[in-house]
Design a protein around this ligand. Structure first.
Ligand SMILES: [Zn+2]
Length: 76
């Protein structure tokens, strides 16, 4: 019974490992950009270019109303 359980766990890890490795690679390739606010020390964290733009636009609307969005874009 215990042996069966260990075998199931072993099979699960064999199946899961490549899935986790691939999803981590996809995650890294999609999360290459981060933007820094030009007015304060806020940054978006690593994300995609379009999401970083959306987050920073929302940040400016909320924190710096009337100021056009600017600041640094960093990529890796
Ligand atoms: Zn700001």
């Amino acid at each position: 019974m215990i042996e069966n359980l260990l075998c199931v766990l072993c099979m699960a890890s064999v199946v899961l490992f490549p899935i986790i490795a691939i999803s981590r690679a996809v995650w890294k390739s999609n999360f290459k950009f981060r933007r820094f606010c030009g007015e304060c020390s806020y940054n978006t964290g690593w994300t995609s270019e379009s999401v970083a733009g959306d987050i920073m636009y929302a940040h400016y609307l909320h924190r710096h109303p009337g100021v056009p969005p600017r600041g640094l874009i960093q990529w890796r």
